[in-house]
Structure formats: C-alpha cells, structure tokens
Design a protein around this ligand. Structure first.
Ligand code: ZN
Ligand code: ZN
Ligand code: FE
Length: 752
C-alpha cells in the first residue's frame, strides 16, 4: 500500500490574462501552452474575440514567472499590443489545455503578415533524415505564409489556399498535438501530402526535389529564371554576370531602374552594402525587407548611376534551398512583370506574361491569395524609414484612429495603398502601385473588396476618404461607392499621416509637405507646402514655395530641363543654358517658348520639380526613366562633397523664394565649382529654410512628410538641427504610399 503525501493546494491563485496585438497565426497559443507547462500551471488558452485569453492557476510565484516569460519570450513574429491581467477564483483545473474556441473570432483580430522560415524549419529542410528534407514549403506556427495564403478569417486551413491539400497522417498528428510546433499550423504540409515544385523549361518539366537543383544550375549558367515566391513571382539571375543582367534589362524593357538583390546570407550582403548594426537588424527582421544602403562594390548593370543597392536576405524556404543547391551567392531578384505592370502571382498569368523574358520557371503549386511585393526600407537618422510597405508588414495595424464608423481611405494615384479603419484601428494595405495601369486598378479594387471582406466591413456603408484631385482614378472609384465621402487635400494628408501614427490629435505642429505633385486647394499643382495647426482642429496652409510656371504638365516630371525652364523663367538672366557647361537640349528651348506664349503652362509650388531643375543645372539633362531618378542622383552627388555652407533661400510673406538659390547654382556652375559642393549647398539651403520657417512660426514640433523627405541627406540635415523636435513617418512611407493613413485620420475628424 502506498501512502499518499498530502497534496499541496494546487491552486493558490488564478489569473485571467488578455493579450491583444498580433497574436494570431504566429504560434502564440502553443507558446502559452509550453510555458504554462514549464511553470507547472493549470488552466487553458484560447483565441478570444479581441486576442488571446489565458486562464492560469497555481502558486502565485509560478504565475508571476509565467507572466514575465509571456512578456519577454513571445514568438518573434508576435507583437503584444496590450496585456491585461485580472485575479479570478481558481476553478481546480488539472492540466493545461488549448481550447478550441466556440466563439467566432471577431473580425478585428489581426492577421499576421507573412513570416520568414524559422531556424527549426530550416534545420529540417537541410536534415537528410527529416521527412521534410528539401521540401520548399516547410513551415510551422512560428513561420511561413499568412496574409499571402489567407482567403478569409478566422484564420483556418479551410480558408487558406492550402485547403485543397488534406493533411497526411503524420502531418495531422502534429497539427493536433498541442505540444508540437505545428499545432494548428494552418499552411503545414510535407512532401507526401502537400503541394510540389516543378522546374519548367522548353526542354523539360522536372518535378520534386530536383526542380530546385535544375533552377540553381540554370542560374549558374547565366539563365533568367522566374521563381514563384510568397507574394508573387521574381525574375532572378546571377547578379555578378553582366551578360545575364543586361539580358534581363533588355527583355524587361527596364532601362536604369535599380534591380533588387538577394544575398545568400548576411556575410555576402555585407560585401554588397554597408551593413552596420541597424542594417543587419533590418535585413534579419521578420519582414525581411529590401534594405537600401550605400553600395560597396560595383555590379555592372544592377543599379546604373546609383550609389545604393537594395539587398534582402532569403525568406522563403525555397530561397534557402536554392542557395544550398548552388545558386550564385548574389541574385538579382526583381518583381516579375513587364514594365509598369503589377507583379505576376498567378501561374498561368506568369507563364504568359513572362514568356520571352524568363528562360525557365520554378513554379510551386501553392496558390498565392493576393499579390504582395517585397517591402523596401532605409535607415535614417531617426530609425528605419519604410519606402514601400508590403510583404512582411501588411496588413498590420499602422495607427489608432478613434472612429465609430468604418473608414475606407483610397490613397493617391501614384504608389497607391489603401487604409481601412475598423473599431478604431487603421489597417494599411500592401503597396498596390500606380493606378494609371488598368491591371493595377483591378488590384486596387480587389484589395478594397479583400480588406472589407476580411474585416467584415460593408463597403457600401463606410466613410470614404479620397484625394481632392477630381481626376484621380482613386477619386472616381470613391464616387462609385455611393457612401458619405470626405475629400482630403493631398499635402494635408501627408502631414496628417505622421500625426496619426503618433496618436497626436492635439499636438500643435508646423508641418512641411514636400513632394512632386498634388492637387491644391486652388486647383494648382502643389508640392512645397507648410501647414500649421493640429490634426483635430485642422491644418492651415501658412507658407509655400514661390510659385513657378511649369511648361508641358506631366512631361515636366519626366524631363528635368523642362522643369528647369519653368523655375529659371525669371532668374537666369541672359545665361545661355544650351551652351557649356549646361548643354540643355532643344526641349528646353521649346519649354521656354511654351512659357512665353502661356500655352500648356501651369503653376506649381513643387519642391520635387525644384530638385529636378537643380539636377538639370548640374548635369542631369536626359529623360528620367523612373520616378525620382534625378532627385536621387542629386542626393548621391551631394553626399560626395565636403561640408559647405548652405545657399540662401529668403522667406517673404509666406512664400520662400528659390530664385537667389538658382542664381547661385548657375553662377557657381559657370565658375567651375564642383557639382558635388553645389548639390550639397542646395540640400543645406532647403534644410535651413525649413528651419527658419519653423522658427518664425514658433514651432515646438516640426513634421516633415512627402516624397521629397525620402531624401536621406535632407533629413539628416534637419535631424541634426532639430533632433527630437522633428517628427517623421515611422509606420507608413513618407511618399504617397502613406497618403491613405492621413486621409483616414482627417476623415475621422471631419466625419465625427
Ligand atoms: Zn518554422
Ligand atoms: Zn503531410
Ligand atoms: Fe505626395
């Protein structure tokens, strides 16, 4: 007979814990299960309406340790927004269980962005004894696709693109075992039950494990391979093979726009770009974005005339498998499309549109639910700046916007992205693109339907925020919805996006919105605007760039000499700009004629065009082959200069005058001053006029947003002068990709 020891009271205490944030689809419940076990606690965990709910019982000390672990050791992809605890009566549970929720999960539970392969899955991928050895779709609750496979919420296999692959017995056991890493891993699969990969070329179609070997071999021999990734297809080739890179440019009709690179690992990345601590952290962050940084070596054809490369690390298991199979250690990995078209993500579509570009295809069978490009970031003086918000970041919440009614913000027509506000939370869509393209407009409308369905919002019953521009496609779309509409001026939306991110509704600010083009209150083209006020009470335009004539409208954005003709109309004196050292072509003369006759000449306050004009004066006289090229060139030139004193930009009655600045640029150029110094003095001049206007208005808080503030040198100058007084975008891009958030914030104010 065995004497039973007196059992200590198993539950001195009990605690109910509510965790909200990104806690669904990131392995959070299995994590809770494991640490509850480790601390000898009983109770349960389930996905509640507003996040994860946990009930734990045991000694107070164990509970305290449990909470500490919960806070500090959560899965890498989880983001705890809040953690609330409440003491409750112990209920005498015996063990710890993951409860399948009987409640329907509320639509506001955030769906996680796609996650990069975790170390455990990579170990299995490369372990010859593992049943997932070499399987490019390996994933678990800590990693793998999410947003790119979700067809609807709640997040469950039947509502993902994996619904057509029933689990085999071993996979099902893992899926149902609360202690397993694959407990409720919705996209889990193995070579036996899951989708396969195939290598397709004119000569052959090779399925299974050899497909990746074949693709790697083709890349090694200089071929261009279309590779199906997480959010769409990439076109890949050996970045160190100038012939392959040149062929890709030619076949894709892509003249000079830089190609993104994928480096095999961090060491290889560090041979391509400057990798400091912050860049290393970004490269390895769960979003695995393209990180822009100063180039360390010259790769022919990758980024012509550009001093930066965009580099990312492998994120899909397939990428790791490719490099392990001997693919070149640096690949060009560019969105697979014909120029300006959105990234291809459907197999048949990819095969059709990429015929003649790709020599071969590496095609996986798992369908992609929606196209999602790679995200792009660059480190600035205040931390990372998101230039394109897409894979790994969307559709995360970007701000809180107190609004009882759902708001749909349609964004701008260039670099479109939309924002949906539900229950006071603003969700930002992935980068969609330029709505001028028909196929991008289709994606735009699909994304609206998509987000509304996912968050159970009736698109016919929202407040729609859109740009003030009457001819924007996004405006026209907003009008078709038949809802209450709020038109928001473009540059106010830029400033508001920064304030919304920081939940700063009553902070008095002076906000600078500098960009290429936006429709102004007066119907002219704005782009150098200064506002004063608060988000809640409104933003009043208090200053702007002195208006300049802009001959030829849209073409002026492509040809810097045309912008120069406008800005120099009344300050170049009788300098012959078609002579050396300027060499302006005939387009300049024709643009001057347009201005003189007043034909097709508009008025603008665009700082973006002022950048183009200065770039033209310093030698960028050809056509820009992608947006922002001349300004980017000017920034890179300025970086090569020693410190110089800034040009003067006088402020007069609410307008800041570019004319003395341009006169100095022309004089210095004629005098043979190095273009690097001139470019730097221009950047300095712009920074100092921002400061002076802010001082004159007694600004305690300075906000800067708009495409011009993608210029890292300008932002560095501002940060040096203002420090923490300066607020920049953190969660959305400063370019038009951030417009929809600002629209949503201003619509919330005016509609409530
Ligand atoms: Zn994993
Ligand atoms: Zn299986
Ligand atoms: Fe803009």
């Amino acid at each position: 007979m065995k004497l039973e020891a007196p059992r200590p009271d198993p539950a001195h205490a009990a605690l109910r814990v509510r965790v909200s944030g990104v806690v669904q689809g990131v392995g959070f419940r299995p994590f809770v299960y494991r640490i509850a076990h480790a601390h000898g606690l009983a109770g349960w965990v389930f996905n509640g309406g507003d996040g994860v709910v946990v009930h734990v019982e045991g000694s107070s000390r164990a509970i305290a340790r449990f909470i500490r672990t919960l806070r500090t050791a959560a899965p890498a992809a989880a983001q705890i927004a809040s953690l609330e605890t409440e003491s409750v009566a112990p209920e005498g549970f015996e063990g710890f269980a993951i409860r399948t929720s009987e409640h329907t999960v509320a639509p506001t539970v955030r769906i996680s962005p796609d996650l990069p392969a975790c170390d455990d899955c990579l170990r299995e991928l490369f372990d010859p004894n593992d049943r997932r050895y070499g399987y490019p779709y390996v994933n678990c609750t800590n990693c793998g696709p999410r947003y790119s496979v979700v067809l609807g919420l709640p997040y469950d296999r039947a509502l993902t693109t994996m619904r057509d692959w029933p689990l085999c017995e071993p996979c099902r056991e893992e899926y149902e075992d609360p202690a397993d890493r694959r407990f409720h891993a919705q996209p889990t699969a193995c070579p036996r039950c899951g989708p396969a990969f195939a290598f397709e070329s004119e000569a052959a179609c090779i399925r299974g494990a050899d497909a990746v070997m074949e693709a790697a071999a083709r890349l090694r021999s200089g071929g261009i391979v279309a590779i199906k990734g997480i959010g769409g297809y990439h076109l890949a080739c050996d970045a160190l093979d100038p012939r392959a890179v040149a062929a890709l440019r030619e076949r894709k009709y892509r003249k000079e726009r830089p190609f993104a690179l994928m480096a095999r690992d961090l060491e290889v990345a560090a041979t391509l770009i400057e990798v400091d601590r912050e860049n290393a952290r970004l490269l390895q962050s769960v979003a695995r974005p393209i990180v822009l940084a100063r180039a360390k070596r010259a790769l022919e054809g990758v980024a012509p005339d550009n001093r930066e490369y965009g580099v990312m690390l492998p994120y899909a298991p397939l990428h790791h498998a490719l490099f392990a199979a001997g693919a070149p250690s640096v690949l060009v990995m560019t969105s697979a499309n014909r120029s300006n078209e959105p990234i291809a993500y459907r197999d048949d579509d990819a095969r059709a549109t990429l015929r003649g570009i790709a020599d071969a295809f590496l095609v996986g069978e798992r369908p992609i639910a929606r196209r999602i490009d790679d995200s792009v970031v660059r480190v600035g003086p205040q931390g990372p700046v998101i230039l394109r918000r897409a894979r790994g970041l969307a559709p995360q919440a970007v701000a809180r916007i107190p609004s009882r009614r759902p708001i749909l913000a349609a964004g701008a027509d260039l670099k479109n992205a939309i924002t949906l506000v539900v229950d006071g939370v603003a969700f930002g869509s992935q980068h969609i693109g330029d709505l001028e393209q028909f196929s991008v407009r289709e994606t735009f409308e699909a994304t609206v339907r998509d987000l509304c369905a996912m968050y159970e919002v009736d698109a016919a019953n929202v407040v729609v925020a859109h740009d003030l521009h009457p001819e924007y496609r996004s405006t026209e779309f907003a009008q078709t919805l038949g809802c209450e509409r709020v038109a928001v001026q473009h540059h106010r939306a830029h400033v508001a996006s920064v304030l919304a991110e920081r939940d700063a509704w009553d902070e008095p600010v002076v906000g600078f919105a500098f960009d290429g083009t936006g429709y102004g209150d007066d119907g002219t083209i704005w782009g150098g605007e200064v506002f004063s006020g608060t988000l809640r009470s409104g933003l009043t335009r208090v200053a702007h760039l002195r208006p300049a004539p802009l001959p030829g409208g849209d073409a002026a954005a492509r040809f810097p000499v045309q912008a120069a003709a406008g800005f120099l109309a009344d300050c170049a004196g009788d300098v012959d700009l078609q002579a050396p050292p300027f060499y302006f072509d005939d387009r300049f003369r024709r643009a001057r004629a347009l201005i003189a006759s007043g034909v097709r000449t508009f008025t603008t306050t665009s700082v973006g065009r002022l950048f183009d004009a200065v770039a033209a004066l310093l030698g960028f006289v050809r056509e820009q082959t992608f947006e922002g090229q001349a300004a980017m060139w000017l920034e890179h030139v300025a970086r090569e200069s020693r410190p110089v004193s800034a040009y003067q930009v006088p402020v007069d009655g609410g307008s800041f005058d570019y004319r003395p600045l341009l006169a100095s640029v022309v004089d210095d150029r004629l005098a043979g001053r190095p273009v690097e110094e001139v470019a730097r003095a221009f950047h300095g001049g712009l920074a100092s006029v921002i400061l002076r206007i802010a001082e004159d208005l007694g600004a305690k808080r300075i906000v800067a947003s708009g495409g011009v503030f993608q210029n890292a040198l300008l932002v560095e100058f501002l940060h040096e002068a203002c420090g923490e007084r300066l607020w920049l975008n953190r969660s959305v891009p400063p370019n038009d990709g951030g417009i929809s958030l600002g629209q949503a914030a201003l619509a919330a104010v005016s509609a409530s």
